[in-house]
Design a protein around this ligand. Structure first.
Ligand code: UDP
Length: 323
């Protein structure tokens, strides 16, 4: 069996590579531009079961060839990170829209089982927590670039559902909720690597807004194992699933816990959103997945264990500093 992972050098993608190498005997091909993905995410692997292609999901003929050789596809390549989306809006839109259409079109030829990575951003600024898959989406104006990402991911979902309905594509859509863990970079504004790096450097942790906003942090190892199980479960095909741990944490509590677990002397500084991002910036206040559908389908859900996540990230960053 041969598996294609687009975005396989990325944070989630590289953990999916680890998982599939350990749990299956598949040959794995990854397609990545190595822009937000990094070769170092795969550097710990030396195996002839892994092939790496440096290329872009917007390259239709390359995608057609690679998908044509695959027995299953995980499409994780996307423009990611709030700051990245704001700084590169056009590139982000095109990567997320053209890339997904290329993958789906190619997969439809042989009805190759395909996983499409979506995001909890799809729910937008809905206040109706916890979010269930059939809940309404609430977005701000197009002048606020954040909603562009949510819109592309929602469009990807519509495309995938269309390919399922009209071309019988066995496709599963997973909405990832704040997936975190080792190898995630703070470079694009993600909060846990940023706080851990600040705490280890003895700098103040920078909380945006008043810090009462919540997120449901999910360990990347749980996320990739659920991703694999969903694609191999026929009942899940043609369906959308939240992939996240129930149990939200406020950003204030997160900052305190990072300081406690690192034993850091760092303080905390609150920064207004307008200063952290820009004037038009809006962000969801609370975010929590309803995991009933996932539980009903797989019989299990990710565990909410913030300490396990933080300990893994702190251990990784500490060993990098001392290496
Ligand atoms: N955040 C913060 N300080 C930082 C980075 C992020 O307070 O240095 C906040 C951010 O405003 C959001 C939460 O942490 O409320 C999670 O941010 P992240 O970018 O990790 O994920 P998001 O949920 O925004 O996609």
């Amino acid at each position: 069996m041969s598996v294609l992972i687009t975005g396989g050098a990325g944070f989630i993608g590289s953990h999916l590579v680890d998982h599939l190498l350990a749990e299956t005997d598949s040959q794995i091909v990854i397609l990545d531009t190595f822009s937000t993905g990094r070769a170092s995410n795969l550097a710990h692997l030396s195996t002839d079961r892994l092939e790496t292609i440096n290329g872009d999901v917007r390259d239709g003929s390359l995608v057609t060839d690679l998908v044509g050789d695959a027995d299953a596809v995980y499409h994780l390549a996307a423009a990611v990170g709030v700051e990245n989306i704001i700084d590169n809006p056009l590139n982000s839109m095109q990567t997320n829209l053209q890339g997904t259409e290329n993958v789906l079109e190619a997969a439809a030829t042989d009805t190759t089982p395909t996983f499409i990575a979506s995001s909890s951003e799809v729910y937008g600024k809905s206040e109706d927590v916890p979010f269930a898959e059939r809940d309404d989406r609430v977005y701000g104006p197009t002048a606020s670039p954040r909603w562009g990402y949510a819109t592309t991911k929602a469009a990807d979902e519509f495309l995938a559902l269309g390919f399922h309905a009209e071309r019988n594509l066995p496709v599963v859509i997973g909405r990832y909720f704040n997936i975190v863990g080792p190898r995630q970079t703070g470079q694009y504004g993600m909060v846990i690597p940023t706080f851990v790096e600040q705490a280890l450097a003895g700098e103040d942790l920078t909380i945006y807004g008043d810090g009462t906003q919540t997120r449901s942090f999910t360990h990347v190892e749980d996320a990739v194992s659920i991703t694999h199980d969903l694609l191999t479960t026929t009942e899940a095909h043609g369906e959308v699933f939240n992939i996240g741990a129930p149990g939200p944490t406020s950003i204030n509590d997160l900052a305190k816990r990072v300081i406690e677990l690192t034993g850091s002397e760092s303080g905390i500084t609150h920064i207004p959103f307008a200063e952290a991002y820009d004037e038009d910036f809006e962000e969801p206040d609370e975010r929590e997945p309803d995991v009933s559908k996932l539980r009903d389908t797989l019989g299990r859900v990710p565990t909410a264990d913030l300490d396990r996540i933080l300990q893994d990230v702190i251990e990784e960053r500490t060993s990098e500093v001392s290496a």
